[in-house]
Design a protein around this ligand. Structure first.
Ligand SMILES: Nc1ncnc2c1ncn2[C@@H]1O[C@H](COP(=O)(O)OP(=O)(O)OP(=O)(O)O)[C@@H](O)[C@H]1O
Length: 279
């Protein structure tokens, strides 16, 4: 199993995924810390995510993924450290960064009393796009994401999967350079997941970057070409999928080894649990 130091840490050059030397990494994080009271959520991480990749940020519950993504996207101020997106400092240059990113955060809050179509129209105008361009893009996104039939329904009446899809459409509307998605497939049925996947694959094929967090290793393994593994507020590995997987048979096995979950009591101590018991 490779440790973090043996994996790519310097990116942006041709060896780091085909980007040219002049292209800054999609994300560069240095010494990032966040503490909530006694709880250290993110413990001084360094992370370099190359541009033009489909990147998975994986880790067990409570690893610090959401906290990291919130700091990287300018939603949560770090206690310490620096974050750059596409070469711009997130906290010194927020307007430059926000124009270049799309975000689908965890626990997405939407304008519930707007219809899906109105939400996209409003988002597009906030992004400074001309009205006719917003109309064109909104109609295409609603169509591709299979929401055209629900475009005049209020967002409050959308299902969990529909909310994810309209949130994704809003995040893509201004054609961002880097798209951040926190658990984009959670609560999404397989058909919608396939649709979202198709949209994201098309988006990265054109040179844009997707960074998404997930616990689902099979999904990350099938979608991502670059992976960062987080546990207990630290980065345990980062690199291409092949590098992080190393000699392990799957990303799941590599992950369990990296986060130290192999050999954990798998419920043997619950000797009272099971059928046939009397109490
Ligand atoms: N606002 C907060 N106040 C207090 N503690 C917090 C807060 N946000 C996160 N934490 C703590 O920070 C740690 C990291 O949480 P975070 O949500 O970033 O993890 P995660 O990797 O996204 O987890 P999950 O996969 O379960 O969503 C956890 O111990 C969590 O309890």
């Amino acid at each position: 199993m490779p440790d973090q130091t043996s994996l790519h840490s310097d990116t942006g050059g041709p060896g780091a995924g085909g980007a040219t030397a002049s292209v800054p990494p999609a994300v560069r994080v240095e010494g990032l810390w966040k503490r909530f009271g006694e709880q250290i959520a993110v413990a001084g991480i360094d992370l370099t995510l190359p541009a033009g990749r489909f990147i998975g940020l994986v880790g067990p519950n409570g690893a610090g993924k959401t906290t990291t993504l919130s700091m990287v996207t300018g939603l949560l101020r770090p206690d310490q450290g620096r974050v750059e997106v596409a070469g711009h400092d997130v906290w010194r240059d927020p307007v430059e960064v926000k124009a270049r990113i799309g975000v689908l955060p965890e626990g997405l809050r939407l304008f519930e009393r707007l219809s899906g179509r109105e939400l996209l129209a409003y988002t597009g105008r906030l992004r400074g796009l001309p009205g006719d361009e917003v109309d064109k893009r909104a109609a295409q996104l609603l169509d591709v994401l299979d929401l055209a039939g629900a475009q005049h329904k209020l967002v409050v009446d959308y299902s969990t999967g529909m909310r994810k899809k309209i949130g994704l459409a809003a995040a893509l509307l201004h054609n961002p350079q880097v798209l951040f998605l926190d658990e984009p497939f959670e609560g999404v049925d397989p058909v919608s997941a396939q649709t979202i996947r198709g949209v994201l694959e098309r988006y990265t094929a054109s040179g844009a970057t997707v960074v998404f967090s997930s616990h689902v290793m099979e999904l990350v393994e099938s979608l991502c070409d670059w992976v960062a593994v987080m546990a207990a507020g630290r980065i345990r590995a980062q690199g291409t999928l092949e590098e992080v997987r190393g000699s392990a048979p799957s990303l799941q096995s590599a992950f369990l080894e990296l986060v130290g979950a192999n050999g954990r009591d798998a419920g043997e101590s619950l000797d009272w649990l099971g059928g046939g018991g009397t109490r």
